[in-house]
Design a protein around this ligand. Structure first.
Ligand code: ANZ
Ligand code: ZN
Length: 816
């Protein structure tokens, strides 16, 4: 058999796609079965779509990855739940309303319609009867219900906190609207204004959110690390310094280095510290300090925190006593001490903390070395860099000569004895601010009554009033709707006022995965019985940009619901996969950079199957993918070759194919199966391409070639669903290729010749592994880096180089 030249019908992807789209939708391809039994379910979830704007190439890639796994699990015989819905509240709809005068509800509906079409086109025939939409009353009534549950448990509370205030628009701005410290509408300088805001007490769960990560073996290390850093647990001590003004007051500080207390030569209060105004009241220093406080209120927090930022501060005129040295030390206030970490005050140890050293040099404050490195010593006068390492205690009274980590413990014990402090833990995690002074969100279901205080709304949902004029200026939109605001108090019947803030959209997305188990359930936010069957999510897919907030909040909700006895698991997502970004010319695609490749354009030009194959084949799904028109062409050619070959073959052959082709068929099934499991779709697809190449070469073996092509169609179906379905039917089958059992292989026949490869770390033998002979350099690197033994040696160290000698050795060169 040769490349056929006779007239063969062309590969008309447009026609094929529309035919199978409607077929799959009509047959309820992704409709979840209602009957499931233990151990046979697969809940494969993509983060639901945020309905601002439309689908871009990054979404197309992520959702395709999810779709492959969903289709594959179904083929393996799992009962599948693979739903889609809409994260439909949020700022962009408000902004569209202000800019274009369109109602947020209409704008959102229009976007959803478009998203549905794009999903369908991409070969993802979701069951639209079971979508959830967060801006619909039948959903947000339950978001409100959950808010009230948390309120009841004391996990939702109100306090004053700084918001972005635009004096020009006389309105509160979101961080996105106040970039660079200016109002995006009127360019006014944005000020900080204290607002009464709602919070969820996520900090109560800090330790459990941290411990929970240890059990999440199916999560990427990178994401777990980001969450750990965000929680930022530090063990240390609270040390208390009495103020020397006869008032009997003292200042509490948080330190992770109690061992350095003898080197504390001054103290610093955060400019926001509540004690600061009192401390200077009526003194000569009051003016300067108050002016500094004012200036800090307007400054940018991120800048203040930056390590290299210029340090500045003001002396308060007051002194405190170092409880260990008995010395008097001056009390300052400075920009780099923040109120919301630790307790908002520190003992400054310039010899051993770089920021304190920069500050001390600038203001001529004294420096005392209290730890010597193991070798050499330090001079307080000359040092330009703080010594932050470990070593031996000096200038520290009875603790001299101890290793500093031992001294730290001894000093804490002593502090405890003399009432000067204790051991404590501090977190970087802050409580979650959930109130927004905007329109397009779920109203906070609370009524404020002068007599009864904060009273939960008696009836849910508290409906968002449909017609509210949005100008982007003035007070919160809902506060201007009189008949929304003024209501009787549910408790005393007196006149009261509704809360006019709406909930952060992250609240809506913290529980939607529970709702999917039975999306139209009317008795509760989720159907406990259905949740018991389907949850937790077996495989979750979504962008790394959600690694911190969304995933942390969803975990927090799950733990809170677990504590209330409403669910019986406390981690929502067993396995997580975060695909890389799609880039062009080395940069993330974005409208402002003008490097966007439109999904629709590519679908028009090449069809869905080509696009899907390209985004899956161009590199491992975890890595960023660089867009390439050539890559698209290459995939398109592959599909055309498959099409042509398939159409020339008989639909049925009796004989068996030749041994070499048989062997390759079994090997291919094995390789594709293993690599789909590892979400290494690029490797899986390349094995399929190789099999097609082999089939073309074995021209005389019609039986073998037919067998190979039939196998290719079966294996390719999750990746390129349309062409596979079409060719499958043309080969005389009457049911869907997507309902065929996943092909199995004979391990005997599929066995590759194997080689043992040794793994070295910095030239030392650390592990061995068996791989198929001829495994490529890239593949062998990947496999090596995934091995447990190897991870033990390399985690936390920087990989400088990996040397591979094929079929023999991998040497990983790391720092330190
Ligand atoms: C004395 C000291 C000596 C410190 C030394 C460090 C080194 P992490 O590790 O991030 O938890 N600190 C405490 N509260 C602060 C605040 N509100 N704003 C800015 N800095 C604050 O950091 C803990 C250290 O950060 C604490 O330990 C404190 O400085 C500082 F050789 O205390 B340390
Ligand atoms: Zn403004």
């Amino acid at each position: 058999m040769h490349e056929v030249s006779q007239m063969i019908e062309e590969y008309d992807f447009g026609k094929i796609e529309s035919k199978w789209q409607s077929y799959w939708l009509e047959n309820g391809f992704y409709k979840a079965p209602s009957e499931i039994h233990d151990g046979e379910k697969a809940y494969v979830l993509d983060m639901f779509a945020y309905t601002s704007g439309s689908m871009h190439m990054g979404h197309a890639r992520t959702y395709t990855i999810g779709d492959v796994i969903a289709r594959y699990r179904k083929r393996q015989g799992y009962k599948l739940l693979h739903p889609m819905g809409w994260d439909a509240f949020g700022l962009p709809a408000d902004m569209a309303a202000v800019k274009h005068g369109i109602r947020p509800a209409d704008w959102t509906e229009r976007n959803i319609t478009r998203w549905r079409q794009q999903f369908t086109r991409l070969g993802m025939p979701f069951d639209w009867d079971s979508e959830v939409t967060t801006c619909q009353p039948d959903y947000y009534r339950w978001t409100q219900w959950l808010f009230l549950k948390l309120f009841e448990k004391g996990l939702a509370y109100r306090k004053y906190a700084d918001g972005n205030w635009c004096p020009g628009c006389r309105t509160v701005l979101a961080n996105e609207q106040a970039k660079g410290g200016k109002c995006e509408r009127c360019d006014s300088i944005v000020e900080k204004k204290s607002l009464n805001q709602w919070f969820f007490k996520i900090t109560d769960y800090a330790d459990r959110l941290l411990e929970g990560l240890d059990k999440l073996d199916g999560w990427p290390e990178k994401v777990k690390l980001m969450q750990r850093n965000w929680i930022g647990r530090s063990e240390g001590a609270e040390l208390i310094f009495p103020i020397k003004d006869g008032s009997g007051r003292s200042i509490s500080t948080f330190t992770t280095r109690p061992d350095t207390v003898y080197g504390a030569t001054f103290m610093i209060l955060s400019p926001e510290h509540p004690m600061l105004p009192d401390l200077v009241r009526g003194t000569a220093h009051e003016g300067a300090v108050l002016e500094f406080i004012q200036r800090m209120r307007r400054s940018d927090r991120i800048e203040r925190e930056a390590a290299e930022a210029e340090k500045e501060g003001v002396f308060t005129g007051k002194y405190a006593t170092n409880p260990f040295t008995g010395e008097e030390i001056p009390i300052w206030t400075a920009n780099y001490i923040l109120m919301d970490y630790g307790v908002g005050a520190i003992m400054a140890v310039p010899a051993h903390d770089q920021r304190d050293l920069m500050f001390a040099r600038k203001y001529n404050l004294s420096v005392r070395v209290v730890i010597y490195p193991r070798e050499g010593n330090l001079s307080a006068e000359e040092m330009t860099e703080a010594y932050t390492g470990s070593g031996c205690m000096v200038n520290s009274g009875e603790f001299d000569g101890l290793p500093n980590d031992e001294a730290a413990q001894a000093i804490i014990q002593r502090a405890q004895k003399i009432g000067a402090g204790r051991k404590t833990v501090s977190y970087h995690l802050r409580d979650w601010c959930i109130s927004r002074q905007r329109y397009w969100g779920a109203p906070i279901p609370i009524i404020h009554c002068d007599k009864c205080g904060m009273v939960p709304a008696a009836k849910l949902p508290v409906l968002l009033p449909p017609d509210v004029e949005l100008t982007g200026k003035g007070p919160a939109p809902l506060s201007r709707v009189e008949d929304f605001v003024n209501v009787p108090c549910p408790k005393c019947g007196g006149s009261a006022k509704r809360d006019t803030d709406t909930l952060d959209t992250f609240v809506c997305s913290s529980w939607y995965f529970l709702r999917f188990a039975n999306p139209h359930y009317e008795e509760a936010p989720f159907d406990a019985e259905a949740v018991r069957k389907w949850l937790p999510v077996d495989q979750y897919f979504g962008g790394i940009e959600h690694a911190i907030l969304h995933l942390m909040y969803a975990r927090f909700f799950t733990k809170a619901l677990f504590d209330m006895g409403l669910v019986d698991f406390d981690e929502p997502f067993t396995n997580l996969f975060t695909p890389g970004m799609v880039t062009k010319d080395g940069r993330k695609m974005s409208k402002s950079k003008g490097n966007v490749v439109e999904v629709d354009d590519m679908l028009d030009k090449y069809g869905t199957d080509t696009l899907r194959l390209f985004v899956l084949f161009a590199g491992p799904p975890v890595k960023d993918l660089e867009w390439s028109d050539n890559g698209m062409e290459g995939m398109h050619r592959f599909l055309k070759r498959l099409w042509r070959l398939s159409l020339t073959l008989p639909t049925h052959v009796e004989a068996r194919g030749s041994a070499p082709l048989q062997r390759q068929i079994h090997k291919t099934i094995r390789k594709v199966t293993e690599n789909i499991e590892r979400i290494h779709f690029n490797t899986a697809i390349s094995a399929i391409i190789e099999l097609l190449n082999a089939a073309y070469v074995q021209e005389n073996d019609t039986a073998g070639v037919t067998d190979a092509v039939e196998t290719i169609i079966l294996l390719l179906a999750p990746f390129a669903p349309y062409i596979s379905e079409e060719l499958w039917h043309r080969r005389g089958h009457s049911d869907s290729v997507h309902h065929q059992p996943w092909p199995s292989f004979d391990p005997e026949i599929a066995r590759a010749e194997e080689t043992t490869v040794v793994i070295q770390i910095n030239g030392k033998l650390r592990d061995r592994m068996v791989v198929p002979t001829g495994t490529t350099e890239d593949e062998v690197k990947e496999v090596a880096l995934e091995r447990e033994r190897v991870k033990q040696w390399i985690t936390g160290r920087k990989i400088n180089r990996i040397i591979v000698i094929q079929d023999k050795l991998v040497n990983i060169v790391v720092d330190g």
